[in-house]
Design a protein around this ligand. Structure first.
Ligand SMILES: Nc1ncnc2c1ncn2[C@@H]1O[C@H](COP(=O)(O)OP(=O)(O)OP(=O)(O)O)[C@@H](O)[C@H]1O
Ligand SMILES: [Mg+2]
Length: 455
């Protein structure tokens, strides 16, 4: 028999509702203090909660939100003497099945309860199916079994079902985006959108409007109302990649959204409630950014609730081989190379010895290239890029610059060698060279190497 909670600070109303519903055989529990409801729901979650709107300490809307966090399948009816039309609209937006005026008519109450119960059954059934599906596809596609990576996976499984903010850190190519995908997939938000925002790729002035949305005329070019990424991710997850790159001003605004759960479209004064889980990622050392005054400390702590550091590939032992096998299989399939059996022992030795500055992305590129080049039936060491074979793990990365070279030529040699050394990863190469990515792109374009990405 599904359990029904009745919540009203006025015991007379509780009794009146009980008098209507009890004879119909429903199992009821009444509460006159909303705070007690949450506690009770952790041990005996109700199928339906019928609640008053204006109560001391917590109004009906707050109760709905709080109770749903404890008991996600509970459905709600609100019976109120005071709720305005605006309140009712807001309540319905939060998924309340019906809003009735006090005192509710017996027939209307019974009918509303029947509807709420059937919605509860549907919600519970949906969730059960989703969970079965999720268990089935749990973390497929995420490869790695080393102790260092296992630790990451355990943490992912633990935080995924919660709504806490997650901060992913790790060198370039370690799989931050892959982990963000996994967290979303394993969360109760899996069938809602996962919206990804590459904060570094969008100019600061545009980013704000894109995140929060804007109304028509908010700025030149704003020809119509637009919702932002926060609203687009409603009920789902927002992945803020390269969070370390956002401006101070935007940091302040983001902090406010995280604190209040409300966004304000540019040019609009009324904030909107958003239900979004934020996952942020960075390959910067945010703590250092905070110490040096470039990143707001309070925002850092907001994001840092659950930090997950993804270890570099070189400290993940045989994951290199597991991943190599995975990428090999995938590429063989994609490129239709049925003639290829696998990797030769010398190729494996080379892969093991390399230190993978570009991490998993670099390995992926190396395998892609090797499958294309291999004559078969195996991938051999000669199918791997020169830098892997030449370098020992601690390769000096020495290049040849002679006294008769122009400065321009010497620069070119250094830049191309660094890029090679970084597995074609331009962000990493720019960082090592101490120049901006934009400068690197410009120089590569001059060398006619503009289109060569990773090897
Ligand atoms: N554990 C893994 N299993 C399978 N594929 C992986 C794994 N980790 C990373 N990859 C693959 O490696 C590539 C790089 O991963 P991803 O984009 O997630 O890295 P990142 O940490 O976000 O890098 P960046 O800091 O440069 O943005 C992707 O193609 C991804 O599919
Ligand atoms: Mg990334």
């Amino acid at each position: 028999m599904p359990l029904v909670y009745v919540v009203d600070d006025d015991p007379v109303t509780c009794e009146a509702i009980t008098a209507v519903l009890e004879p119909a055989g429903h199992e009821l529990r009444t509460f006159t203090r909303p705070a007690e409801v949450l506690e009770a729901a952790t041990t005996a979650p109700p199928a339906v909660t019928i609640t008053d709107f204006a109560m001391p300490g917590m109004n009906g809307l707050e109760l709905v939100d709080a109770l749903r966090r404890v008991s996600p399948d509970t459905t709600f009816l609100v019976v109120s003497g005071q709720a305005t039309v605006e309140d009712a609209v807001e309540l319905m937006k939060h998924g309340v099945v019906d809003v009735m005026v006090k005192p509710p008519r017996a027939r209307a109450l019974r009918r509303a309860l029947a509807l709420a119960l059937s919605q509860h059954r549907l919600a519970a059934e949906n969730r059960r199916l989703r969970e079965a599906l999720r268990a089935h596809r749990s973390l497929s596609g995420v490869i790695g079994a080393s102790p260092a990576f296992e630790k990451v996976l355990r943490l992912v499984e633990k935080v995924a079902p919660t709504d806490t903010t997650v901060l992913l850190t790790g060198e370039t190519g370690t799989g931050k985006e892959v982990i963000a995908d996994a967290i979303h997939e394993l969360s109760r938000r899996a069938d809602r959108p996962l919206v990804k925002v590459h904060c570094a790729a969008i100019p600061a002035t545009l980013l704000e409007a894109q995140l929060f949305g804007h109304v028509r005329g908010a700025f030149t070019g704003a020809v119509k109302d637009r919702h932002g990424f926060f609203e687009e991710a409603g009920g789902g997850t927002l992945f803020l990649d390269e969070i370390g790159e956002i401006s101070q001003e935007l940091q302040t605004k983001l902090l406010r959204v995280l604190q209040t759960g409300e966004v304000q479209r540019l040019g609009e004064s009324q904030p909107r409630h958003v239900d979004v889980r934020v996952i942020a990622a960075t390959n910067r050392d945010l703590e250092q950014e905070v110490r040096e005054g470039r990143f707001r400390e309070d925002l850092f702590y907001r994001l840092h609730v659950i930090p997950i550091e993804i270890p570099p590939l070189r400290s993940r032992g045989d994951d290199v081989l597991l991943l190599a096998r995975h990428f090999f299989d995938r590429e063989r399939e994609r490129q239709g190379r049925d003639d290829l059996r696998g990797l030769s022992a010398d190729a494996v030795a080379v892969l093991r010895a390399w230190d993978w500055p570009g991490n998993v992305r670099e390995l992926e590129n190396v395998l892609q290239r090797a499958v294309t080049l291999a004559e078969g039936p195996e991938i051999t060491a000669t199918d791997l890029p020169d830098r892997l074979r030449a370098g020992t793990t601690t390769g000096t990365g020495a290049i040849e610059i002679t006294a008769d070279m122009t400065l321009r030529d010497a620069e070119r040699v250094l830049i191309l060698a660094t890029l090679e050394r970084c597995g074609g990863n331009r962000k990493e190469a720019a960082a090592r060279l101490g120049i901006s990515q934009a400068t690197l792109y410009r120089k590569l374009a001059q060398y006619g190497a503009g289109e060569t990405d990773a090897p």
